[in-house]
Design a binder for this molecule. Structure first.
Ligand code: MN
Length: 413
């Protein structure tokens, strides 16, 4: 009994200014193409069950282009696997804000997909002797703080599918917008004898340590990660994928194939449409501007053609404001034209950060952190969703930063 677990497609995700020849956003097209590739791989595997862990769309009201594309892709999946059980839950990005608002995911019910967005639902499959407990993301205040997940004792296989943040999973350095307000304690997964727990929300493939309390048996519990680099900061995904999974930069995305009967487990990598290139860091301590110019030129020359049309970052540490002001910007402007996105991430010397004040040791307080903190703490009218407020605030900040970055050759990170 093989299942495929994929999550966080984020169709309709838009980033950077570059457009396709048809006038659409290039990143949106990249993400759609990656998804199409993944669906092709799933079709080849021909599993009996497909779990879709939420954030199918990047927003509650996705662009028409994304809706049409997603419908075609899931239509293709359904046509190729007419008998498969396909279960799809809503994530924090695509769950409706109000209970009467309807949900774009309902569209996929037309394809015979079990779409769950209002609240937890049990999907019973007597033919496969399988029960799937499907738990979409619940807007804070609409569900109990401590969720109760129960299995069906009459079924041989029990699967739990949840979109949420499990406590301790999101790294400290993550963008505040990528965190949710009330993470789930993994202990709440340990009461029932689950055969598999599929998670959505965290964008990096990762096992979670869960043990069935009554028997001490390990319950296979996994985030499959997102299909493409759709986090606010893709470099944090890259970093986590390398640290945790040993993935080469830009090669950490994919989905899971898991056999409920044998426990056989495999992560299938998906090739993303766009190259991510993190150039070797430069330490600018004791460098004058012309010397730093030369180091940047050499680093870029070493990378060669890999820069063309890629998403590129060059981190320069210990660079003073004076050096930054007197850099030669002409080559950087040329890089901006060649790459899909080029970011010179210039970081001030540590002492300058420490002078900033309340910063914890080793960690800079950024404008993003500060904005998120303020939005977290400010009083809110009842019924307003704080996670969404924080996310929206950070989205506006990102937009403003991108506008500034588009006008300047250098982003001072
Ligand atoms: Mn997501």
């Amino acid at each position: 009994m093989r299942l495929v677990h994929l999550s966080d497609l984020h169709l309709g995700f838009r980033q950077f200014a570059r457009q396709t020849s048809a006038g659409g956003n290039q990143r949106e097209a990249d993400v759609a193409a990656t998804c199409a590739r993944a669906i092709g791989q799933v079709i080849t595997l021909a599993p009996e069950v497909v779990l879709v862990g939420g954030d199918v769309f990047h927003s509650v009201r996705p662009p028409n282009s994304a809706i049409v594309d997603a419908f075609q892709q899931f239509g293709r999946l359904r046509a190729a696997l007419p008998d498969a059980l396909i279960v799809m839950i809503a994530g924090n990005h695509d769950v409706p804000r109000a209970s009467d608002a309807g949900c774009i995911l309902q569209l996929f019910a037309e394809l015979g997909v079990h779409v769950v967005y209002r609240g937890p639902e049990r999907i019973d499959d007597p033919q496969r002797d399988l029960s799937v407990m499907a738990v979409p993301y619940a807007t804070p205040g609409t569900a109990p703080e401590t969720p109760v997940f129960t299995a069906d004792a009459n079924r041989r296989f029990n699967v739990l599918l949840v979109h949420d943040e499990v406590r301790g999973v999101v790294p400290e350095a993550a963008q505040p917008g990528d965190r949710l307000y009330t993470p789930i304690d993994p202990v709440s997964f340990e009461d029932a004898p689950w055969d598999y727990i599929g998670l959505g929300h965290y964008h990096v493939y990762r096992p979670i340590n869960v043990t069935h309390a009554a028997t001490g048996r390990r319950i296979p519990t996994y985030y499959s990660g997102s299909l493409d680099y759709t986090s606010t900061n893709p470099w944090s995904d890259v970093r986590e994928e390398t640290l945790r999974n040993g993935a080469a930069p830009g090669e950490g995305k994919g989905f899971i194939e898991h056999d409920l009967a044998t426990g056989a487990h495999r992560f299938h990598a998906v090739t993303v449409s766009r190259r991510l290139l993190d150039l070797p860091r430069i330490d600018a301590a004791n460098l004058l501007a012309p010397e730093l110019d030369a180091r940047i030129a050499a680093t870029v020359a070493d990378a060669g053609d890999a820069i063309t049309d890629a998403i590129v970052r060059l981190v320069v540490t210990n660079v003073s404001r004076h050096v930054l002001r007197t850099l030669d910007y002409a080559p950087l402007r040329e890089l901006r034209r060649r790459a899909m996105h080029f970011q010179l991430d210039a970081r001030r010397p540590e002492s300058a950060d420490a002078a900033g004040g309340a910063s914890a040791p080793g960690r800079r307080i950024t404008l993003r952190d500060r904005l998120a903190e303020r939005l977290r703490d400010r009083p809110l009218a009842p019924g307003l969703d704080r996670d969404r407020l924080v996310e929206l605030g950070l989205t506006y900040l990102t937009r403003a930063e991108e506008q500034v970055a588009a006008a300047l050759p250098v982003a001072e990170g």
